[in-house]
Design a protein around this ligand. Structure first.
Ligand code: HEC
Ligand code: HEC
Length: 222
């Protein structure tokens, strides 16, 4: 093969390589720029690990951490929510008394696609893929509603009606919003994701099989 042929075949394979890698990275750099330009960084932590060590650190945070957003959320949810943000936590972030009035900044659909691509690139190595298959199962439901008091802090739909407590994020629509493998990782090692003001730590109280049933149940909620 002549030198020029080698060079052109190399150039061609480089072209195919970059062309085939476009879908995975599309929008990430643009999304990062938009995230900075829209000042999302003022309220959201985008670099792990979790920084807060004390209640004071937690109270200083203005919004939930997003450094593991790509492991926690579903992309479709982010693309829709960033355009039309609906209340997730019934109470204001970091408050146990004030109602969340839901005035989250909004993005245009085009910006939301790029920002969602960027957020989906922020992964946690503590979340393993393919561990939990979402499914409504009696064991998970029994733990959630009866055996443990999950229901006392989280809103869910029971027989067609909204029910449950308000102090934690609503879990109605969790099947569209949350990656079930993240739910499991969070249940098993909560301190990695929310070190301070998290919910009760269930490690040691709920065994691994039950954690999986519970995560599958929460991951299936409408
Ligand atoms: C003034 C502070 C503030 C700014 C600025 C802000 N957010 Fe938020 N964000 C919040 C709060 C508070 C919540 C929790 C809302 C809820 O639970 O209903 C939130 C929730 C979110 C969530 C869901 C996180 C979760 O764990 O439930 C995402 C994703 C998000 N914001 C992205 C963004 C993006 C992108 C921007 C920039 C366009 C942005 N935020 C700007 C305060 C802010
Ligand atoms: C005492 C109240 C309380 C109880 C009981 C409780 N939680 Fe929570 N839960 C919380 C709070 C508070 C958060 C995190 C709040 C935040 O991120 O702003 C949370 C977060 C979560 C999240 C992540 C939601 C998200 O969008 O970030 C899941 C999933 C969850 N809890 C499931 C459960 C399950 C399953 C149980 C029962 C085994 C349970 N919770 C029991 C208060 C509670």
């Amino acid at each position: 093969m002549s030198i020029s042929k080698v060079i052109s075949s190399l150039a061609l394979s480089a072209f195919f390589l970059s062309a085939s890698s476009i879908p995975a990275f599309a929008g990430v750099a643009e999304g990062k720029k938009a995230f900075e330009a829209k000042k999302c960084v003022q309220c959201h932590q985008i670099e792990g690990p979790a920084r807060e060590k004390t209640i004071k650190d937690q109270l200083a945070k203005k919004g939930p951490e997003l450094w593991y957003a790509g492991s926690k959320f579903k992309k479709d949810f982010l693309e829709k929510w960033l355009v039309d943000p609906k209340i997730i936590r019934p109470l204001e972030y970091n408050s146990i008394t004030k109602k969340n009035t839901g005035n989250h900044p909004k993005l245009s659909p085009a910006e939301a696609i790029e920002v969602a691509a960027y957020l989906m690139s922020l992964k946690s190595t503590d979340v393993k893929d393919g561990v939990v298959e979402p499914r409504d199962n009696p064991k998970g439901r029994a733990i959630f509603i009866k055996k443990q008091a999950c229901y006392g802090c989280h809103e869910v739909i029971v027989r067609g009606n909204k029910a449950g407590g308000l102090s934690g994020p609503a879990l109605t629509g969790a099947s569209k919003r949350l990656n079930p493998d993240w739910i499991y990782a969070y249940m098993v090692r909560p301190k990695i994701f929310k070190p301070v003001k998290d919910m009760p730590d269930y490690t040691g109280y709920i065994n691994d099989a039950e954690m999986k049933d519970l995560s599958a149940y929460v991951g299936s909620l409408d």
